[in-house]
Design a protein around this ligand. Structure first.
Ligand SMILES: [Zn+2]
Ligand SMILES: [Zn+2]
Length: 343
């Protein structure tokens, strides 16, 4: 009986192979058409009352094939925004089928390189693949100089491509982006930077010394609030920005794991790594302190990103957030590249 089934399966397989071979030209054409018709996901542009948050990079400052550096996409009311664009972010956005040409503005939180390493790629790729208006890039004072620096780096590329592609030459300015700098009124910690179609975005000062200013951002839409922390230690100064957030996309630092790893690093002769680890503890958000703050701020969902040390296995993921649930009673998620939250 089993033998009969095997023979039948083999005969079917051979028949399929023969039919496939005879029709190979049309199969190849079909696969080419399929490839050409792959379109970005229009849901990111949906004006359906929801806020979509995509983690396009949850990694730490180390460069890694497994995850991108800092990147959070938020879309609402038909607008798409990006908060930071670290190394690997553009590839990650492409994998999630984000319509990159419709990206309206990139907000950079601060100028540690893991938050803007992919900015040049993002601007340049947009120009080459059909953006018609320059991508707006907003960040703290210093943003203009950084965008000008990228423009200088890409100037020759722009001249070569414009020389043989008239349609690119027609919109040269798109090749270099449009920088905007956040200004705060005297004594204020918050500044409105976007207000259209019911979507508002405020830049807020966070605490990441010696990086000054370091920004977080608050996006509000139809009574819902998302806080994107950028890099910050846990500070009472961030309380207002976090208060009542439906979702806080927050940087996170498992200090208990790092402290435990430091003696091992020293014993293994990894003095350089031990020094770096010791010095980064104070200016990031210790998970336990963060859990307590999220609880008192009434955050409904705490989504951890910028994960240090990166939890790259199931066991480490469990260890990573250990103890947080004792202090925080809302929904708690350890983020992962490609994770999509719909509010
Ligand atoms: Zn930083
Ligand atoms: Zn960082």
């Amino acid at each position: 009986m089993i033998r009969k089934i095997l023979y039948a399966a083999l005969a079917l397989f051979i028949a399929a192979a023969v039919v496939g071979y005879l029709n190979r030209e049309s199969l190849i054409d079909a696969s080419i058409r399929d490839r050409l018709q792959q379109k970005p996901d229009p849901a990111f542009l949906a004006n359906d009352g929801h806020i979509r948050v995509l983690l396009c990079g949850t990694g730490s400052p180390e460069v890694s094939a497994a995850k991108a550096q800092a990147c959070t996409l938020v879309s609402a009311g038909g607008h798409i925004f990006l908060f930071d664009v670290g190394d690997g972010a553009v590839r990650s956005l492409e994998q999630s089928h984000v319509p990159l040409n419709k990206l309206e503005r990139v907000f950079i939180t601060h100028f540690h390189s893991d938050h803007f390493n992919d900015l040049g790629t993002l601007i340049n790729a947009g120009w080459i693949w059909g953006r018609t208006t320059p991508l707006e890039v907003e960040g703290p004072a210093g943003m203009r100089a950084i965008v000008a620096g990228f423009a200088q780096s890409y100037a020759l590329d722009e001249s070569y491509r414009s020389a043989n592609m008239p349609h690119l030459a027609e919109r040269r300015e798109v090749a270099f982006g449009k920088p905007l700098e956040v200004a705060f009124a005297e004594g204020k910690r918050m500044a409105r930077v976007y207000d259209e179609d019911g979507v508002t975005i405020d830049a807020v000062l966070v605490v990441h010394d010696p990086v000054k200013p370091a920004l977080g951002y608050v996006l509000e839409y139809r009574g819902k609030k998302v806080f994107v922390s950028g890099d910050t230690e846990v500070s009472p100064l961030n309380m207002e920005a976090m208060r009542g957030a439906d979702l806080a996309v927050h940087e996170s630092y498992a200090a208990h794991m790092v402290r435990r790893a430091i003696p091992h690093m020293k014993r293994l002769g990894m003095d350089f790594e031990a020094e770096v680890a010791t010095r980064t503890i104070p200016y990031h958000a210790d998970n336990i302190a963060l859990a307590k703050q999220a609880q008192s701020a009434g955050v409904k969902h705490l989504l951890l990103t910028h994960l240090i040390p990166y939890p790259d296995s199931f066991v480490v993921r469990r260890m990573y957030a250990e103890g947080m649930a004792d202090h925080y009673k809302g929904q708690l998620t350890v983020g992962q590249d490609g994770m999509l939250i719909i509010l």
